[in-house]
Design a protein around this ligand. Structure first.
Ligand code: HEM
Length: 124
């Protein structure tokens, strides 16, 4: 079961990188985009996070339900914002609408991801 936990934890970190990589890459860009990589990263965080909790429960590891509840709520907000921001980005790039409103989604996705990292490492 340790192999499964490690595999999921590695995917959890890859999902995190998929959100924050494109976010940081655009810090100095004038027009912000929610890339498909960010959208898939946000989806991966919800999925791998839930599976990590399942593996912990199966191993009789005590899971802090308040902490997981906060992380899940924040991750679902990130995923929702990434989905909508990603759709707006694709529409704008196809010539239907403009990228200006995506900026808010982009900032919220990046900031909430950092919030979840802080919760993950500092809530003990
Ligand atoms: C954007 C969303 C998320 C981010 C940035 C994130 C970040 C992290 C980080 C940095 C760790 C490693 C912390 C450490 O080992 O000290 C971690 C571990 C973990 N995360 Fe997340 N997480 C997210 C979403 C979720 C969700 C939605 C869940 C569950 C519903 C979850 C459940 C877990 C669990 C159970 C671990 C511990 C794994 C283990 O050590 O076995 N995470 N997360």
């Amino acid at each position: 079961m340790d192999v499964l936990r490690y595999a999921l934890l590695i995917l959890h970190f890859i999902g995190l990188a998929a959100i924050l990589g494109p976010f940081l890459d655009q810090l100095r860009a004038s027009a912000k985009r929610i890339t498909q990589t960010m959208v898939w990263g946000a989806r991966a965080q919800v999925l791998t996070g839930i599976l990590l909790v399942g593996v912990a429960e199966m191993n009789d590891v005590d899971v802090d339900h308040a902490k997981i509840g906060v992380k899940l709520a924040v991750a679902l907000a990130i995923a929702g914002l990434a989905e909508v921001g990603g759709k707006k980005t694709r529409a704008a790039l196809a010539g239907d609408g403009d990228l200006a409103p995506v900026r808010t989604f982009w900032w919220l996705v990046g900031a909430l991801t950092v919030v979840n990292i802080i919760v993950a490492v500092s809530w003990r």
